[in-house]
Design a binder for this molecule. Structure first.
Ligand SMILES: [Zn+2]
Length: 394
């Protein structure tokens, strides 16, 4: 089957022939040579295409049509078309061919280098793309675009310090705020440092993340984890409670930690008191507490059990699958049984979903791997529970 690029090149060959270029303007042909009635180069190119030898046809085209002021735009158009179609090797070949021209104007060279860098990026040759974007970011009319692409590459490579540097340059030159992104880059560094046991460095990175007006609570969450790991449970609890109060949706991250700290310190009474105060401050949080308890199989704590019981009784679809009366009459044992069953179901369903693109995952991902937006995931709604239940029955 001829591909679109076959037609594209065939069209170009025909166009060249029709424009009369075939009669002696191609290649290194002697100007005084008598023009042939049908140019052999043009026929050769078409012949490659008829035999579905697109690469040979492309090579032939590049040999025939020299890059000059009249043809350069055709070369660029052809290159970007190939890239958009995912035929990156061909795009690279075309852009390298442009760069090889010795008398290229500086702006055309920059355009060709930028195009080639994007080819490399698309091909996954990130180190080569990085080198070219780095060169263009030093001062060219592609400076801002180069920095934007560099930032994306550093994110992909998890080279957070370089991402911070590029992001800060981009803020100055591109005139847009990258506060949120940069705060996350610092949080990534903080998590890595904490993971390696360097808590002093981790704390400093969190401080950097919280400079300015960060729109993320992630810094507080990382700081709470550090406090917890260094046995400063008082600070950890204060931070976890603040996180839930300010960003309710992070309850799934903070509540299990709160329960774990109070439980290991054998202070269940205090936990009950703290949770009751939290629910008084925000009564709508009952279902979130319940959902988190179910998803993490947390039970045996009066306040939380009450939330779970209420959640199960309030869920109309659940009544079709479980004996609601037994739940009310059966006491804690019946509740624990249902909660454990629900917990297993919850483990099979995504807990987080991206608000921008719908990508879902079990774990909270700060950077959506699909749309590459930061902090767009939110906990899945209870509707997903229903879906799992439907599936498990049918
Ligand atoms: Zn997304």
């Amino acid at each position: 089957m001829p591909t679109e690029s076959t037609f594209l090149l065939a069209g170009l060959f025909l166009l060249l022939a029709a424009a009369g270029w075939a009669l002696g303007r191609f290649g290194e042909r002697d100007e005084h040579e008598a023009p042939a009635p049908l140019n052999i180069d043009y026929l050769k190119g078409l012949n490659f295409l008829l035999n579905e030898q697109t690469d040979q046809a492309l090579e032939h085209f590049l040999e025939m049509v020299r890059v000059d002021d009249k043809t350069i735009e055709t070369h660029f158009a052809l290159g970007s078309l190939f890239r958009r179609r995912g035929e990156v090797d061909r795009a690279i070949r075309i852009h390298q061919n442009i760069i090889a021209r010795p008398d290229l104007a500086p702006e055309q060279r920059d355009q060709a280098l930028y195009s080639l860098a994007r080819d490399f990026q698309k091909a996954g040759l990130l180190d080569r793309a990085e080198k070219l974007f780095g060169r263009l970011s030093q001062g060219s009319r592609y400076q801002v675009q180069a920095l934007e692409n560099l930032t994306r590459i550093y994110e992909q490579e998890k080279d957070w310090q370089k991402a911070i540097d590029a992001g800060q340059q981009l803020e100055v030159l591109g005139g847009r705020s990258l506060e949120l992104e940069i705060a996350h880059y610092y949080c990534e560094l903080a998590e890595a440092a904490a993971g390696a046991g360097d808590f002093a460095a981790a704390r400093q990175y969190v401080k950097n993340a919280q400079n300015g007006r960060p729109r993320t609570m992630r810094g507080a969450l990382v700081r709470a984890h550090i406090a917890q790991q260094t046995d400063d449970t008082k600070t950890a609890l204060r931070l976890y409670h603040r996180i839930i109060d300010e960003h309710t949706y992070l309850i799934a991250e903070a509540l299990p930690e709160i329960v774990s700290i109070y439980t290991s310190e054998e202070k269940i009474g205090e936990l009950e008191k703290a949770l009751k105060a939290m629910l008084r401050r925000n009564p709508d949080m009952g279902s979130l507490v319940a959902y988190t308890a179910i998803a993490n199989d947390i039970g045996g704590i009066g306040v939380i059990d009450d939330c779970v019981r209420q959640y199960l009784l309030d869920e109309p679809t659940l009544a079709e699958f479980i004996d609601v009366q037994a739940l009310t009459d059966g006491g804690d044992e019946a509740l624990a049984r249902v909660r454990r069953a629900m917990s297993r179901l919850a483990a099979a369903t995504p807990r987080y979903q991206c608000r921008e693109c719908g990508f879902s995952s079990q774990r909270l991902l700060w950077l959506c791997p699909s749309c590459r937006n930061w902090e767009t995931q939110r906990p899945a709604s209870r509707v997903q529970f229903d879906t799992v239940l439907q599936h498990s029955i049918t």
